[in-house]
Ligand binder design. Structure first.
Ligand SMILES: [Fe+2]
Ligand SMILES: [Fe+2]
Length: 154
């Protein structure tokens, strides 16, 4: 297995500082979680630490979506509903994955532990992929709108 790397890329930049910092922070969390899961292959770790990182990502997503949606409302972004729906779908997926994680954890045996780590690894991959795609499409779309909007008088 490869050593986990930070999957943030420069093409994710939207030129909106607060958003770009939050996007970077999210990929930092993904890396921490992937590194922790990877280290669990060679030495015992506290599974609660992995759960905490997944919870941190959930809290971070709530915070980020709130920041973003407030910005879109402020500038009257016309596709805000579709954008918010994507955020909602993401949160629902995360909720489902977290439930699966707890089912594996509750087994409290070696198979359960392996299932737990496989599930956590799957969540990490899903999260990084989802954020990458969402930033490059939906977020870049509103960033373009904001650039055009800011160029016009209020
Ligand atoms: Fe978004
Ligand atoms: Fe975003």
């Amino acid at each position: 297995m490869d050593t986990p790397v930070n999957l943030w890329k420069p093409e994710y930049l939207l030129d909106v500082d607060v958003i770009d910092e939050q996007h970077k922070g999210f990929f930092d969390l993904c890396l921490n979680s992937a590194t922790l899961c990877e280290s669990a292959r060679n030495k015992p770790i506290k599974l609660a630490d992995v759960i905490h990182l997944i919870y941190d990502m959930r809290a971070y997503a709530f915070k980020h979506f709130h920041t973003e949606e407030t910005l879109l409302l402020k500038y009257g972004y016309p596709r805000i509903y579709g954008h918010m729906s994507q955020h909602d779908l993401f949160l629902r997926s995360l909720q489902q994955f977290t439930a699966e994680l707890h089912v594996e954890l509750a087994k409290a045996d070696k198979a359960g532990q392996e299932g737990f780590l496989a599930c956590a690894t799957h969540i990490n991959e899903y999260l990084a992929t989802w954020w990458g795609e969402h930033i490059l499409t939906a977020d870049q779309d509103y960033a373009q709108f904001l650039r055009e909007r800011k160029g016009k008088p209020a």
